[in-house]
Design a protein around this ligand. Sequence first.
Ligand SMILES: [Fe+2]
Ligand SMILES: [Fe+2]
Length: 470
Amino acid sequence: MPIDYSEKIPNNVDLASDRRLQRALESWQPNFLTWWRTMGPALPTRDVYLRTAVDVGREGWARFGHVAMEEYRWGVFLAERGDDRRIGFGQQRGEPVWQQVPGEYRADLQRLIVIQGDTEPASVEQQRRLGETAPSLYDLRNLFQVNVEEGRHLWAMVYLLHAYFGRNGREEAEALLQRNSGDLDSPRILGAFNEQTPDWLSFFMFTYFTDRDGKYQLGTLKESAFDPLSRTCEFMLKEEAHHMFVGTTGIDRVVARTAELMREHDTDDIAPHGGIPLEVIQRYLNFHYSVSLDLFGSEQSTNAANYYTAGLKGRWQEERRRDDHQLTDDSTKMTLVKNGRLTTEEVPALLALNHDLQSEYVTDCHSGLKRWNRLLDNAGIDRHLTLPHIGFNRRVGLFADHHITPAGNLVGQDTWNAKINSWLPSAADKTHVQSLMHPVYQPGKIASWLTPPSNGINGKPLDYEYVHLA
Ligand SMILES: [Fe+2]
Ligand SMILES: [Fe+2]
């Protein structure tokens, strides 16, 4: 079914055939727009060179053009699937997938959708003011692209809530606009989404580490036996790839500039020369990586086991796993703290599914480190960035009650307090990074703390007017 753009809400789910649902979503739409105006991008713009989804197919799914952001066509797009899809894991493996929500899983599925849905607008709120200090029009455009797509991901989850969860679902859809990132009374559900994203180094770290968590969560929901959720997540993953591209190449460009300045001035202390010192980059990385690891939930989780057994949430690339896809007799090794020491223990695989997903994520994160370290090598810098130990700075899971250094040593409160400013961004680091955040809005110009991107967007040159300010 092609995407229908003549509708008030563009969609490929034949919304027009379900008047009740259509009306319900059309009455949610103005609330979304009010939220976008008050909590979305603060910088006034006339229009932005954005991509809009026009097709869910493999080829040519997006079109590019200058759009006033408020007129962006947020809609409901589900990936296409054959009719014969079967459940790939859990107790009901091999049975047809569900087109409706089975009563016994209603609460759990709704919870999973609400948690995913809550993260989408949260990141837009966190990034609200970044446009005011964008390092270039290219970067500004990428920020807004990420923002409108996170807005669309909210639509994706709200559609499911409205279409499949009745009155409860509609109430949850309202609540998604009422909780706000960092709000003391009604914060977003997950910790990382209440942190601030006050500067562009944080933004690049967020899109690298936190959007990547999103990729893995969506990957598990894509496996779901609840077919509409699966198809929604599959299409969201397509959009998500660009967000991580922004993070990966953003950090590339910061590291490359840092390396240039280190060589040029023959010093690690490049702050006076307008760069971000490597150790500051490392501390930002430590922070964003550790708060993103928390998003996977506790490494040992009976909820995760139940979701899996029921067919609600699978593993990353479930089909490629060579086992019985039920895991009732399997075990796996994991690191944990026992008797005051870090040890490795065998635990039932079903209980370790969050750990399994987290491990896939960690492997993926290493690919970024490899790239950035190659950049440093090529610049003749004999220092490297590293991923801290998975137990470092954790608030959720098996390590939450322990202090573990980036190198993976268990330490006491005193050592932790004495060292914290060399492991996590200090007030001075944040002040320095903030001092570099000045907007650069002339086409083709780039702030001096990062290098220019290697390519423009969609074949456009770097000096293209990606954004027209108001
Ligand atoms: Fe998203
Ligand atoms: Fe994203």
